[in-house]
Design a protein around this ligand. Structure first.
Ligand SMILES: [Zn+2]
Length: 214
């Protein structure tokens, strides 16, 4: 069964989960974004295809922007080319943080393969990019090398087998994107859920854990 989720995004980028209301319509196609109602069918907003199509219409009619996703993480928005990591616990927590803040969490880097890590590491060694973990141990730590010669053994949490356990992300505020570590309410929720910013100076690199360095 395909599971869909719909989020309603308002002009100030406030984002609300769309949920079904029970008993309001014979076909079960009445919706709300108002969590405190007693007659809502929450289930984290899971909808089937027909309900999702109706929810999108309902959101548009309200004058909001609908965001329809086909996974369990409707508050997680991938930047272009991003592959989400395979770490379901991490994504579930980030999605929950987005839902509670009523904000989309924008992921700028998720899973990385060895090649992508080599590109970032070489960029870093040339002084052109952010700190990136080593791509292999075939050479000295600071030695630039070709992809052909690379040992292809990324040490980044973004590559941790099988599909990575880190994301670089931020929050979409009314004023635009900011790194997640710049938002006090997000930091609080990350602490509550056992997520942390473990890399000094990187207020965007989120992993599971309690090691706070940013
Ligand atoms: Zn290498």
């Amino acid at each position: 069964m395909n599971t869909f989720h719909v989020v309603a995004v308002k002009d100030d980028n406030k984002a609300h989960l769309v949920m079904r209301r029970r008993g309001q319509s014979p076909r079960g196609l009445a919706f709300t974004i108002w969590r405190a109602l007693t007659d809502i069918d929450d289930r984290d907003g899971a909808l089937d295809a027909r309900q999702a199509a109706a929810a999108v219409k309902w959101v548009k009619k309200k004058g909001w922007r609908p965001r329809l996703v086909r996974n369990k993480y409707p508050f997680i928005m991938k930047a272009e080319g991003v592959v989400l990591p395979g770490d379901d616990a991490l994504l579930t927590k980030l999605n929950r943080i987005g839902r509670e803040l009523r904000r989309l969490v924008v992921v700028k880097s998720g899973y990385r393969n060895n090649y992508q890590q080599w590109v970032l590491r070489m960029r870093y060694l040339r002084g052109e990019g952010n700190l990136a973990a080593r791509c292999c141990r075939s050479f000295g730590e600071r030695v630039q090398h070709s992809w052909a010669a690379c040992g292809k053994a990324s040490e980044s949490n973004h590559s941790y087998p099988p599909k990575g356990r880190a994301v670089d992300c931020g929050i979409l505020l009314g004023s635009g994107y900011t790194s997640i570590g710049n938002v006090p309410a997000a930091r609080k929720l990350m602490q509550d859920y056992g997520l942390c910013l473990e890399v000094p100076g990187e207020k965007w690199h989120v992993t599971t854990g309690t090691t706070w360095r940013s």
